[in-house]
Design a protein around this ligand. Sequence first.
Ligand code: SF4
Length: 60
Amino acid sequence: MSKAKVNQEVCIGCGTCEALCPNVFKLKDGKAQVVAEECGDCNCQEVVESCPVGAITIEK
Ligand code: SF4
């Protein structure tokens, strides 16, 4: 299991991560929040690569 993190300073609130992985990412006040600690079911590496500003990191 890995842990996703969003850098709030960098996130522009585009919604891509929420669209790809709504279990883990939710937009709130124009920024993506990590709402589930565990990133298990999906391949979040894809979400990391899809973020246009590189705000997402996954801790292994
Ligand atoms: S994909 Fe990146 S910039 Fe877009 S909402 Fe998610 S963390 Fe923010």
